[in-house]
Structure formats: C-alpha cells, structure tokens
Design a protein around this ligand. Structure first.
Ligand code: PNW
Length: 460
C-alpha cells in the first residue's frame, strides 16, 4: 500500500478513540511507596551495564505523586483515552498472596481523576514489572506455569476494584518482548539467555492471558484486549523464494506465535517445531489452547518499524528471534529515529490490512506508535518537527488502512511523557510532553499541540 501525502482532509470514523499511552515502571517512580514490592526491573536496572548509565525507575517522572497534574495536562492536551499499566507489585507485593490495598488505592484515585476530567481510562495489567518474588528463590518467572495462575489472581482482585469504572482491559503488553528480550536475548529483565525458557515463557504468558481473561469476564469486563508488538517482515527480494521463506520464519516467531493461538486456537506448525527443537513443547498442556483462544473484543497493536531480511547461508540466529539461523537482518532504507528504528508508515497500513484479512472480525486499535528524538528545551518550547512528521505519516497510514476496510477503532501515541525507556534509561525521549528530570516540570512539545488539533478535528 502506498501512503499518499494527500492535500485533502482525511476524516476518521465517528467515535474513533484518540489518546496516549504510558507504563507503570516507566513513569511512576515511588518504587518503595505505600507497600509496593520489588519487581524484576528494580533488580535488573541495578545490574552492571544492563541499563544505560545505571538509570533506574526509582523516581522516573514521579507520576505516582504528580498524577493529578498529569491528568490535568492530558485533559488540556485533548487526550481522550489514556492507556496506562498497573504495577502488579503494588497490588500484590509478593506476586501472590496478600493484597496491598494502598497499592490499589492509587489506581482507584487515578481512575477517578481521569473520569472527572473526561478522560477514558484503559488499563493494562502487565507491562513487564513482574513481582521479584516470582523470579527468585527458585521461581522462574514466566518460565514457570504457576506464574500464569498468579497473574489471573492478580487480574481478578484488580478488576474487582476497578471494573465498575474502567471499561477496557488489556491483559499483557507485548508478550514477545517479555519472552524473547527477557529470556532469549537478555536485553530486558530478567536478563536470561535461554531459548527453552523463552519458549516456555511465551506459552505461559499466553496461558496467563487466557486465565486472566476468564477472571476479567467474571468481573464483568466488557471490552477485553491483548496488545501485541507486530511488524511486517519484508523479504529483501520478494521474487526469491529463499528470502520469502526467511521472512516467513521471522514472521512466525514475532507475529504468528501469538496471533494464531489467541485468534485461531492453535500454534502454527513451524512454531510447534521450534517449541520441540528448544525442548519446550511439554509446556503446552491439553486444554491450554482453549483457554488462550477465548474471544477478545479488541486487539491492540504496537507498531514502530517493519523488518527486512534475506536468506544467508551460515548466518547465526538473531538473539531476539531463536530459530532464525540462516536469516540476515538488513538495514532498511529511509530516515531513522533516535532509536535507530526506520521510519516506514507503509509498514503500519500493510500490517493493519493483513490482520483484517487473515484474522477477520477482530477490531483493532493502535495502542502504541511514536518515535524517540533528541529533543531540546529552548526556553519553554520543544520544537520536534520530526516527531510531527512521524505521527502524521503513521496517521495517514492508519487512514489508508481504514479506507482499505480495516476495522481500526483508535490510535494512541507512545508516549504521553518522556520516560524510562527500559535498557536505554532516560536517554531516549518518546514523549509528546518533555520532562525535565531535574525539576520534574512538564513541557508540551510542538507535537503535543499538533496532535491536539488532529484529535479535536477527528481529521488530518
Ligand atoms: C515498546 N524491540 O517496547 C513498549 O511497549 C514500550 O514500553 C516502549 O517504551 C516502547 O515500545 C518504545 O521502545 C519495545 O526491541 C521495546 O523490538 C523493544 C522492542 C519493541 C518494543
């Protein structure tokens, strides 16, 4: 699909949801406040060399204390839907067992504040901050089947407190990142490099999604979702069957390994082959896929860039894509962001159209899209024309997909605020709002003001 830079106004459907997203560990700080237990990111960030300059989420954007100011800012910036995550270690400091009511109280206040300002809350239950107790003293985190059951308990107690006011619930954010950056490449907490554990984690995350989905339905949740980071995997030469096969293999371990179990009730055969190969097939127990494939109401998609690969005899597997021996990952043409990620909006329209074709009848929502740039504060202003161009291009891509028949219900920018960008610490700024980490002052960037004009008009 070509994404045209049209001169005419592009209208979005009535009721299209516009907003921004964040995640607990990336913004909250207050790591030891009100009974919060430690998470795997608290310890990972303290390990030598794992996170840029030894940064941690101890303070982050101090959102835990400044949430009122942040909600007021959202209202001012026209954020209609706010996607945030709940810190499991605030709700259950040991991952399982007693509930820490003060932790739930915070989210209760946050939700009320959002509603009072006319902002729709959208909750994600797991955005990577696993309670440390589930990953220490012999426990293997998502490598263990138990963790899925613990997750469902936590989902139940959280929904029983908030489901009367929060309509849209997401179980997991990006299980691919949790499983393969956490357990295979080791770039994220818990920092393991064990392909068997990574595949077990992938399955247990899916099982956790399914068990939590049951708990959420029981609690009366109406709109249930799962967010995946998906990307189109392009073959270097679409006419070369080897390149096409290489792209398909990477597509499996990035996209189909999660899409098929949830939306079709089965793992693709090539993925079952990888479970076997890495000794993880016994993690898949009879009946699991029925749990995993319970209907969802919305599929969240986080999109940043496509991938480009070709077949290359003898190439070692990419550490984030176990089983990708013989595949070379190529640099892609076009401009890059401060992450080094290629800017290619056509990858988003292609992805949305593919999903609506291959997994029909699942409403879609872009739950993250955005770019990091080396922003600078000049006086009170941050001029970020590149971010505006990035967002503009990707919104045109969403519009193109809508025109092509994709059922896209909304678009959330990543992120509301500059924040703790995982292994990159505070070095990468994804926010619509600039955060001065010395003063904790917030400065809406030019992109935030631009985004407001779009969301207000419901048109581009
Ligand atoms: C997503 N990768 O993470 C997350 O949901 C956000 O928390 C994060 O801040 C944002 O994207 C920007 O990175 C990803 O290596 C992290 O392919 C890494 C990858 C993909 C997504």
């Amino acid at each position: 699909v070509r994404v045209e830079a049209a001169a005419e106004t592009l209208r979005f459907p009535e009721g299209f949801r516009w907003g921004a997203a964040t995640a607990a560990y990336q913004i909250e700080g207050a790591a030891a406040e009100d009974g919060r237990g430690p998470s795997i990111w608290d310890t990972f960030a303290r390990k030598d060399g794992r996170v840029f300059a030894g940064h941690t989420g101890d303070v982050a954007c101090d959102h835990y204390r400044r949430y009122r100011e942040d909600v007021a800012l959202m209202a001012e910036l026209g954020v209609g839907t706010y996607r945030f995550s709940i810190a499991w270690p605030r709700v259950k400091p040991d991952g399982t067992g007693p509930v820490n009511v003060r932790g739930l109280d915070f989210y209760d206040r946050l939700v009320d504040e959002l509603l009072a300002h006319g902002v729709e809350p959208m909750v994600t239950l797991y955005h990577w901050d696993l309670p440390l107790a589930l990953q220490s003293h012999g426990r293997g985190g998502w490598g263990d089947r138990d963790t899925a059951a613990c997750f469902a308990e936590y989902a139940a107690v959280t929904a029983s407190r908030l489901a009367d006011r929060v309509g849209t619930w997401t179980t997991l954010n990006e299980p691919w990142v949790s499983a393969f950056l956490g357990y295979a490449s080791g770039d994220h907490a818990p920092g393991h490099t064990d392909n068997r554990a990574a595949f077990r984690a992938a399955h247990h995350l899916l099982l956790g999604h399914g068990l939590a989905a049951q708990a959420l339905r029981t609690a009366g949740v109406r709109e249930l979702s799962l967010t995946l980071n998906l990307a189109r995997v392009n073959p270097d030469d679409p006419g070369d069957p080897h390149d096409v096969a290489a792209a398909w293999r990477v597509d499996g371990v990035l996209n189909r390994i999660f899409l098929d179990p949830v939306l079709r009730g089965r793992y693709p055969l090539d993925m079952l082959g990888l479970f076997e190969r890495f000794g993880a097939a016994d993690a898949i127990v009879d009946g699991d896929l029925a749990v995993i494939s319970a209907p969802i109401d919305l599929l969240g998609i986080n999109y940043y860039q496509p991938a480009l690969v070709r077949a290359q005899v003898g190439a070692a597997a990419h550490p984030m894509y176990p089983g990708s021996e013989g595949v070379a990952f190529l640099p892609q043409p076009g401009p890059v962001t401060d992450m080094g990620w290629t800017v290619d909006p056509s990858g988003l329209s292609d992805l949305l159209l593919r999903l609506s074709r291959e997994y029909p009848d699942t409403p879609l929502m872009v739950t993250e899209n955005g770019a990091a740039y080396a922003d600078a504060l000049t006086g009170d202003r941050v001029a970020d024309p590149e971010r505006i161009a990035y967002l503009d291009g990707h919104l045109r891509a969403v519009h193109a997909a809508l025109s092509g028949g994709a059922d896209v219900r909304g678009y959330l920018a990543w992120s509301l605020l500059d924040n703790f960008e995982w292994a990159f610490g505070y070095d990468k700024r994804f926010g619509l709002v600039y955060v001065d980490y010395e003063t904790q002052r917030r400065y809406p960037k030019d992109s935030a003001l631009w985004f407001r004009t779009i969301t207000r008009a419901n048109a581009l």
